[in-house]
Design a protein around this ligand. Sequence first.
Ligand code: URP
Ligand code: ZN
Ligand code: ZN
Length: 461
Amino acid sequence: MKTLITNGTIVNADATTTGDVLVDGESIALIGTDLGASVSADTTIDAGGKWVIPGAIDVHTHMELPFGGTFAKDTFESGTRAAAFGGTTTIIDFAVQPRGQSLRDGLDAWHAKADGNATIDYGFHMIISDVRDDVLAEMDTLVDEGVTTFKLFTAYPGVFFSDDGAIFRAMQQTARNGGLIMMHAENGLAIDVVAGQTFDEGHTDPYYHGVSRSPVLEGEATNRVIRLAQTAGAAVYIVHLSAREALDEVRQAREEGLPAYAETCPQYLFLTLDDMKNGFEGAKFICSPPLRPADHAPELWKGLVHDDLQVVSTDHCPFDFHGQKEMGRGDFRKVPNGLPGVENRVDLMHDGGVVGGHLTPNRWVEIISTAPARLFGLPRKGAVAVGVDADLVVYDPNRRHTISAQTHHMDVDYSCYEGREVTGGSDVVLSRGKVIVDGDEWLGAKGDGRFLKRERSEYLR
Ligand code: URP
Ligand code: ZN
Ligand code: ZN
């Protein structure tokens, strides 16, 4: 099966060109001008006036995550379908080691959730809840199996929290095996003290989730894990960085030449602590780290421009407002933490980043696709180039549309961006050469997504 995409503006991280892209089977066979004159294709897609970009890669999702006494609502089927409608053709989801069990137990459970259900390609990171000698040894095996990245937490005491010694040992292991430690960096022990005191003072609304989690305690934990990694001789990647204080630590480390990397998420660029007001409605915005006061986002944009932040992921972790977020009525500590967003990232970053004047189209592609591919060991993804997977998006940079729970494809009963009008949208989405989204039409299929055995990070070689 051959598909010819004609007359598009091909936007890669490093260059913009005009021309045609020939897809043969699952990969890109040829890029050039006027290819229609020399090759015959089964299907032609006219991309005149549109951009052809590499399918976006979301390196931080939580499909079906058991968390906060419930489960993140999107399955691998619904979540990857929603991702595809939003121009994302690869996700990397977090498998979880249940405390007291092995990494293998957690990984097998995640394979079972995704296999036969995912509609786009997917990889896994491994959340380590319980660092033990046998677990450290298992990390080497997982790296060889393409699960090359491990998330640990200085937050969530009693759930995912690891102490500094455990984190340090895991970092030493990746320094040896070429893996990468991803850190949720907030001082969870101190935060829980503040949250308890805040609750005891009678502040029970969701807004106080945000107030209890000081940005200083994100900065402190970010500094600590960077310095642990430095001492262990390991690289570190800070997930869902939200605060100026944390960014300062990453920037400082990078200026020192340390292999410190970080992502932020759309919620920290487009939403603020004030969104958590309005009584219990604020529960819709409860995530950790929390939304920050409005003066943090401009710093994060600067961080993206200057490459102190390399990636924007979503941390997609959707809970219905009704029935799930409502578990925390009367106690903000009981609201499940997490926001939906896998469908909205590409358009929000185009609208706020490119149209908003912060990012060139090339830098936008780099942040949403190319850097994630390189950092997370996916050499066949992240570029419009001959020989790589034909994960492609025909993107209309001028299409205006309104984000709403009425029209989104995520299996969740609200949107954090309800009513926000954005410019830019994915018209046609191809996953390994197959058109899976054509306008509003879904042409993909459950089970078509493949597990991606990832290589070690290109940034660490
Ligand atoms: O609130 C969040 N971020 N929920 C998902 C779990 C995590 O910490 O990434
Ligand atoms: Zn986290
Ligand atoms: Zn997360």
